[in-house]
Design a protein around this ligand. Structure first.
Ligand code: XMP
Length: 325
């Protein structure tokens, strides 16, 4: 059943979330019995909620695979391991595929080609891990209702469609009738940490589309560090829950600067983007207080290796897209 029944209540409180969790645990047990289920766990809210539901329902019969492609934000792979392996005692396979992805992406400048390489390599890594495991019959996915409604959208990223024929599993999709805000309420009721449940949207190709042009390790590290500083300062100053999406970008260019010691530098600029939107089709720019922008600039130029300038993107959508690539 892929259509949300008219009678289905909007899950907007803990009580309804707990009832949903109980229902889904029963439904999952009924569907999969004592068979094993595989899940690609990115650490995003949807796959995390699906993981937590399945852990409650079938424990170690859920095999979570977390692929670190090197394009995740600072602290994310560590948090997945901490929350799911250490706290929830999940059966978690952690795959360090950083070199593999970065080698494949080396020298690739076209944004759509970069996206394709990241998507295809992800499927390949996941397929390899799936083949190492035996007797898996089911694949769990964090499909949510908007993915079904917009299934023609190119950005549907909640599936590992593209697996070869002999790896076609039966699907387990416990949150497929939920809207994003409902998934968050369920995540909270499942005890997932707030910074996982209330995360801002993060594109599938991750930091790969925020390090424009050919991805280099130095710019990738700089974009990861500057993004972490921005997120920390937004959280400290009450903007984290208020602004829809905020991140940094490092374009593939250098400019001349001068160090505190008076030496000439030749470094990268960091661009800050902070936008608000309802549906991501149009967006307006958040009016970040100047004093906070100054504080963030000061921290980034002092703390991030190779960066000598910080810029703020004033462009609404249209004409700028939210991401730079
Ligand atoms: P744009 O840049 O098109 O972004 O204004 C609109 C929203 O979509 C996200 N986005 C992506 N999400 N894969 C994703 O999963 C992608 O390739 C991708 N590109 C953009 C973007 O972060 C914003 O929330």
């Amino acid at each position: 059943m892929d259509k949300r029944p008219e009678s289905m209540k909007r899950i907007d409180n803990a009580e309804l979330a707990l009832a949903f969790i109980d229902e889904q645990i029963a439904a999952i047990r009924e569907q999969v019995g004592d068979k094993k289920v595989l899940l690609a766990l990115s650490g995003g809210v949807d796959s995390s909620v699906v993981a937590a539901l399945l852990i409650k329902a079938i424990g170690k019969n859920l095999v979570c695979v977390h692929v670190n492609h090197g394009l995740l934000r600072k602290g994310e792979p560590e948090q997945v391991i901490e929350v799911f392996r250490n706290q929830m005692d999940a059966n978690l396979v952690y795959v360090d595929a950083v070199d593999r992805f970065l080698d494949k992406l080396a020298g690739v400048t076209d944004p759509e080609t970069k996206r394709k390489i990241i998507g295809a390599e992800f499927i390949r890594v996941f397929e390899e891990e799936a083949r190492k495991l035996s007797d898996i019959e089911f694949l769990a996915q964090g499909t949510i209702y908007p993915d079904i409604l917009e299934s023609k959208g190119v950005k549907a990223h909640h599936n590992v469609g593209g697996l070869p024929e002999d790896l076609k599993f039966k699907l387990v999709e416990p949150v497929k009738l939920l809207f994003k805000d409902e998934v968050r309420v369920v995540g909270k009721a499942l005890g997932l940490p707030d910074n996982m449940v209330f995360r801002q949207p993060f594109p599938g190709p991750g930091l790969g589309v925020r390090c424009t042009g050919a991805i280099t390790r130095d710019r990738l590290e700089a974009v990861r560090e500057s993004d972490a500083i921005l997120r920390e300062e937004f959280a400290k100053n009450g903007l984290a829950g208020k602004v829809w999406q905020y991140f940094t970008v490092i374009p593939d260019l250098k400019s001349v600067g001068v160090s505190y010691e008076g030496e000439r530098t030749f470094g990268y600029p960091v661009i800050i983007r902070a936008v608000n939107t309802v549906d991501a089709m149009t967006a307006t720019v958040e009016e970040v207080p100047y004093s906070l922008l100054n504080k963030i600039t000061d921290r980034i130029v002092k703390e991030v290796e190779g960066v000598n300038r910080v810029l703020f993107d004033l462009t609404p959508k249209p004409t700028g897209t939210i991401e730079w690539e």
